[in-house]
Write a protein that binds this ligand. Sequence first.
Ligand SMILES: [Fe+2]
Ligand SMILES: [Fe+2]
Length: 162
Amino acid sequence: MKTARAALIHILQNAYSGEVAAAYAYRGHWKSLKRSPERDRIRQIEEEEWDHRRRVGEWLENLGAAPRPARERVFWSIGRVLGLTCHISGWFMPMYFAGRLESHNSVEYEDAAAFAAELEMHECVRDLLDMARVELEHEEFFRSVVSGHRLLPLMKRLFGWS
Ligand SMILES: [Fe+2]
Ligand SMILES: [Fe+2]
């Protein structure tokens, strides 16, 4: 039981810090875009990442754990840097890497949900699966906006993401 608990805490700590990086990156991303439905959607995605961070933080507290300060600092910086680079990197790159990251996020929440199930934390399982579903929606959005782009086949060969 101790290992499932430790594994769950570990994933949640990673996710908690990952969400701050995502939120700041998306903030830079939507601010770099012209007024459009895409911009509105990414702004909404930023809100959803803050919401995830809040919920993950509550589960960490519930487990008697806390975010890891060193990881927080690193991911805060990553988010800020990514947010800034959106202003210079053009349209395609942020969309592509966002989609790839989101596919990782949904798997991360599913893994966490499996450990929570082992611990019989049913409410937590529901909440984590709901977040996994939202991450999948994010991935689908970014997939739909880059689909058919001329750079996509090359990037897929270089970096993966089917
Ligand atoms: Fe998220
Ligand atoms: Fe997301």
